[in-house]
Design a protein around this ligand. Structure first.
Ligand SMILES: CC(C)(COP(=O)(O)OP(=O)(O)OC[C@H]1O[C@@H](n2cnc3c(N)ncnc32)[C@H](O)[C@@H]1OP(=O)(O)O)[C@@H](O)C(=O)NCCC(=O)NCCS
Length: 356
């Protein structure tokens, strides 16, 4: 049995076949169509396999995301499609593959790694912790129709430039090109809804479903609140069942308006997060603290753990888990000194099209 390695170009179709067999057995599309930027030639260096002859025994993929927010640009290693062949499980293969992914993420200068899973304890042993905040708002009944003057369409044949224009207004999200959006629009089993004004300008968009995942979940949206609300109401009317809008913590205005309707609202986690390069990550946070006037703000790794606070008033966090929860939340405001409430949690969000 070999160590984790990058596959050859000729092995990529084999990987896709392996993943389709184990993760998409009951679907009639390929996982490669769901994650157009993960299983393509340009990302081959970021795939990891353990093989035996021609057979793939275990696999994981990294997709590097550049996430922009008010603090700057974060390089994030999103890890997904972690699978071991059932006949070779419990032999430590996934642990080895994950170690290799994290090592690569460190070398690539990623600030942190993120993944989406329900195997919390499995990944906790590798330093990941549930962190960040995700609001999900279930629109239970169709809101009353109001005349917004907008026309609604359900079609993925939308100009990627127009979507990108609205997407770019988000204060936190992955940096994307028109070509990225074009590829995302062709993900199978996904419904793209758009709202147009009488001048035929795109005012809002919302995407529900993504391949095998996120059915009934609107995981991507953009546009002004005044256009998004009638669009969401329209989607709920079209849908025979409740729909769930997923939103970042910072979308407070939208969330407040949605709560006027008959909704169920739930606060969950963004994902499982593990810092990778503390120096990179801390540098950005210290810089932001300075911009906010805290010139003596300290955040550094020490022998005992992590030192955080003002120069003459430092606290020590002994575990990286505590640190992850402080940096990304969720953390109750009253647990933080007032001066740190505007610093933490740092706004972080991964839109649905970018999840792996
Ligand atoms: C989850 C999954 C990837 C784990 O793969 P795996 O190769 O069996 O994982 P590992 O062998 O590294 O770890 C599994 C267990 O074996 C144990 N183990 C680790 N090294 C071992 C070794 N050398 N010998 C025996 N057992 C070992 C681990 O401690 C772990 O136990 P734990 O769950 O109590 O931590 C695999 O079950 C799978 O493919 N599941 C289906 C797809 C899936 O759910 N993927 C996760 C999506 S995020």
């Amino acid at each position: 049995m070999t160590e984790p390695r990058t596959p050859l170009e000729s092995e990529v179709p084999n990987i896709v076949g392996f993943l389709n067999k184990h993760l998409r057995a009951s679907h009639d599309w390929s996982i490669a169509a769901e994650y157009p930027q993960v299983f393509n030639v340009n990302n081959r260096q970021n795939l990891r396999i353990i093989g035996e002859g021609e057979n793939i025994l275990a696999h994981a993929a990294i997709k590097y995301l550049l996430i922009k927010n008010i603090l700057g640009i974060f390089k994030v290693a999103a890890i997904g499609s972690v699978v071991t062949d059932p006949a070779h499980r419990n032999q430590g293969l996934s642990h080895k593959i994950m170690e290799s992914c994290l090592q690569s993420a460190e070398q690539e200068g990623a600030d942190f790694a993120i993944l989406w899973t329900d195997l919390y304890d499995f990944y906790r042993k590798m330093g990941f912790e549930l962190a960040g905040t995700e609001h999900s708002i279930v629109i239970q009944t169709a809101p009353p129709a109001v005349d917004s003057g907008l026309k609604f369409l359900k079609s993925e044949k939308v100009s990627p430039d127009a979507i990108l224009r609205l997407y770019s207004q988000h204060t936190c999200g992955t940096m994307r090109t028109v070509d990225d959006i074009r590829k995302f629009l062709s993900i199978p089993n996904s419904r793209v809804y758009t709202a147009w004004n009488p001048q035929n300008e795109l005012m809002a968009y919302a995407v529900e479903g993504k391949g095998a995942d996120l059915k009934g979940y609107v995981h991507e949206w953009g546009g002004g609140v005044a256009s998004l609300l009638p669009l969401f109401a329209h989607i709920r009317r079209e849908n025979a069942a409740p729909i769930t809008i997923i939103a970042p913590l910072q979308a407070q205005n939208l969330i407040r308006h949605l709560k006027d309707w008959d909704v169920l609202s739930n606060e969950g986690f963004l994902g499982m997060i593990r810092p990778v390069n503390y120096d990179n990550l801390f540098f950005k946070i210290r810089r932001y603290a300075r911009q906010m006037g805290m010139n003596d703000f300290v955040l550094e790794k020490t022998e005992k753990g992590f030192s955080i606070g003002r120069k003459d008033d430092l606290a020590t966090l002994s575990s990286s888990t505590e640190l992850t929860r402080l940096l990304f939340g969720p953390i109750a405001a009253e647990q933080l000194k007032p001066e740190f409430q505007k610093l933490f949690p740092i706004p972080m969000w991964v839109w649905g099209w970018d999840s792996v």
